[in-house]
Design a binder for this molecule. Structure first.
Ligand code: B12
Length: 207
């Protein structure tokens, strides 16, 4: 547990983030554990933003600091080879958050999945095209904005209307997404982090 890193991220203290990440890497703390501290710090940044203690500039800065810290971690996970099936992933339309999505795609590909990353602000048509083209057994939709929950719901019901719903399991994730959201948008499962995504994707792909 590194309260120091959580606090440094929450306080947007770049020097402390860099030195603490380096110290944890030196101590061979697992990369995903270090990411979880950064994520917890980001959660506090979000709360301070909500309470108007931080403004948009701080949100932007937090994203930059997260990227700086990630760069110190090098490749996340192990060797990349695609021994399992294809995983299609994107951030739903109207939403441009991509830090969590990028962690999930990197960890999935380093765990042996072939990942097709559709990017951010992804329209429904692009998901449908990708399902037809790559025939994945599992897809992922990232959503960080409660205002975009209806977009996820629309996307999933359009996938169903296109006759493709039975062919894919749909995982969702992102800060405010929970079990109730999962039920509301009619996804199959909500994952809290990248490791859980690997586990569920394996389960759904039967590996
Ligand atoms: C950084 C950040 C930004 C950056 C994003 C930069 C980027 N390149 O992504 C910038 C500054 C651009 C930004 C903009 C905005 N943001 Co913002 N942002 C954040 C912040 C602080 C951190 C998000 C983050 O990266 N977390 C770290 C990652 C690692 O965590 P994660 O995304 O949850 O991902 C993990 C898991 O959830 C899971 N996961 C994620 N996705 C998926 C998908 C699948 C399929 C699976 C299985 C798992 C999975 O695995 C990941 C790894 O463990 C959050 C606060 C928070 N607590 O989340 C606010 C937050 C999400 N933002 C918010 C808001 C309001 C906005 C803006 C509307 C602000 C504005 N007024 O303009 C805009 C919206 C822009 C848009 N159209 O998308 C609100 C949303 C509130 C709400 N109820 O919807 C939050 C919650 C802040 C707050 N508390 O008010 N933001």
């Amino acid at each position: 547990m590194s309260q120091k890193l959580i606090d440094a991220m929450a306080d947007l203290d770049e020097d402390l983030i860099v030195s603490e990440v380096k110290a944890l890497v030196e101590k061979k703390v697992p990369t995903l554990e270090i990411i979880s501290y950064l994520q917890e710090g980001m959660g506090i940044v979000g709360k301070r933003f909500e309470q108007k203690e931080y403004f948009l500039s701080e949100l932007i800065m937090s994203a930059e600091l997260f990227n700086t810290a990630s760069a110190l971690l090098g490749g996340i996970g192990g060797a990349a080879s695609s021994k399992y099936g294809t995983f299609v992933m994107g951030t739903i339309y109207d939403d441009i958050h991509d830090i969590g999505k990028n962690i999930v795609t990197t960890v999935m590909s380093s765990n042996g999945f072939h990942v097709v990353d559709l990017g951010v602000d992804v329209p429904t048509a692009k998901y449908i095209e990708a399902i037809k083209e790559y025939k994945p057994k599992v897809i992922g939709i990232s959503c960080l904005l409660t205002t975009a929950f209806d977009n996820v719901k629309e996307c999933i019901s359009s996938i169903e209307a296109a006759g493709l719903r039975d062919s894919v399991k749909i995982l969702i994730g992102g800060g405010p997404v929970d079990e109730a959201t999962c039920k509301y948008v009619k996804a199959d499962h909500v994952c809290r982090n990248a490791q859980e995504t690997v586990e569920y994707a394996k389960k759904y792909m039967g590996v």
